[in-house]
Design a binder for this molecule. Sequence first.
Ligand code: NAD
Length: 521
Amino acid sequence: MTSTLDQITAFKNEAVKDFSDPADAAAMRAALDAVKDGFGKDYPLVIDGKRVETEKKIRSLNPADPTQLVGLTSSASKEQAAEAIEAAARAFESWKRSPPEQRADSIFKAAALLRERRFKYDALLVYEVGKSWSEADGDIAEAIDFLEFYAREALRYARPHPVVPLDGERNEMVYIPLGAGAVIPPWNFAGAIMAGMTAAAIVTGNTVVLKPSSDSAIVAAWFVDLLTEAGVPKGVVNFIPGSGSTIGDLIVSHPLIRFISFTGSKEVGLHINELAAKPQPGQKWIKRVVAEMGGKDSIVVASDADVDAAVEGVAVSAFGFQGQKCSACSRAIVEAGVYDQFLEKLKNRVAKITVGNPADPKNFMGPVVNEAALSSISEYIEKGKREGRLIAGGKRVGDSGYFLEPTVIADVAPDAVIAQEEIFGPVLAVIKARDFDDALRIANNTEFGLTGSLYTSDERKIERARDDFFVGNLYFNRKSTGAMVGAHPFGGFNMSGTDSKAGGPDYLLLFMQAKTISRRL
Ligand code: NAD
């Protein structure tokens, strides 16, 4: 492949397909068939460019039909995880010296390859994590965006950064990479977050071990191969699927690990943060931890809101991808004046949501990701029935796949368990607020602070919320999901994490350190 650097244009978000175009729909159907034909393939670890098979396997099942084995990956032992970290540390010595243009070039090439194979990746996400066609395509479009955005950002950081001139000296400040790091993504944006975290780390000159979630290890295996094709040298990305509880602590505490880039639950993020803080024998640095964690996101509906628009925004934010987004609306906080009207309209809207196998595009909602998720969400539903009034859903759909009805529980107290804990499934709590002040107070009453949205036509309420709605991503008169790379740098406050603002101009700084160089003239 020739260099992509001559053709760099301003960053633009990749358009998401709506599949109303018959050609796109046909391409997606063909990709679903092709990916299905490849089910059951076995993917090895990749350590220092070598493919390593293990006896122990991770099985990736289709949550819509768990009798279908989407694929297998090898499962790294502690020794293999340590070998991968050592390989990353060795590769760092040469990769850190490679020109930033070379690194950016390979990420641009990776974006181009992903664009070429877009429907196949979309289809894989339908099968591996139960995404609808458009959710899957949104995920892969976002992955392409991350690659395109971070490659440009790396070139920007590589340019000179002026410092204040001093007589008699030449001073400069340059950004250099950190070292060998761990990339630990979640399964829910199995394409975008996994690819974005990996690309950000390597385009800035670091090397990594990538430990994917066991629920989405196949898409990560595909992506690691794609990076090799795009010219990323051996040892720069080492692929070590494995159970978090078996190899997680070893990776995080290993003395050669310089940084950990994690996205996932609050519990695991806090554990990693704590473990990483403790220096190990032979460790020469304070590990840097970027931990993007959970959410308990609210949409506030003011008494002056367009209620129909609010109902639509809440329904899509709460039930898109089965509520399994960190930005999903899990609390609708509605001012008393429109509460009954909102509930009535929401109930009607939710009744129209179709649930079923996401390989069929008529279904808006697919399955939740695995059996453990099904049972934990079902327990929250039972709790919710005691804590409030069930007005929609509440039951499992069918008995083979992990399908749940979109569930709405009204009259929930602001401090109820289902109003406070992240459920990560299709369950919405509706809370009545006395007035706008009360609504804002309720919106801020959890330990999280990721996304939030307000539907209102009152400028004063918008101004109030700008100041006082304490979330990393605040939206007005639109859904709380669907952040776009570049336009909506993403990350949350409080227990939602370190507010890394993924897809924003500050993100790559988290993978670099600045060196100031002064020379007397
Ligand atoms: P999870 O915390 O269960 O797992 C995340 C990753 O950590 C996985 O790769 C897992 O294998 C690994 N892991 C588990 N135990 C580990 C350990 N002891 N040491 C090291 N790694 C370990 O989360 P999940 O179920 O994959 O993802 C859902 C969670 O992610 C939700 O809480 C969601 O809100 C959050 N999330 C947050 C954002 C954000 O940007 N803030 C984005 C997406 C998802």
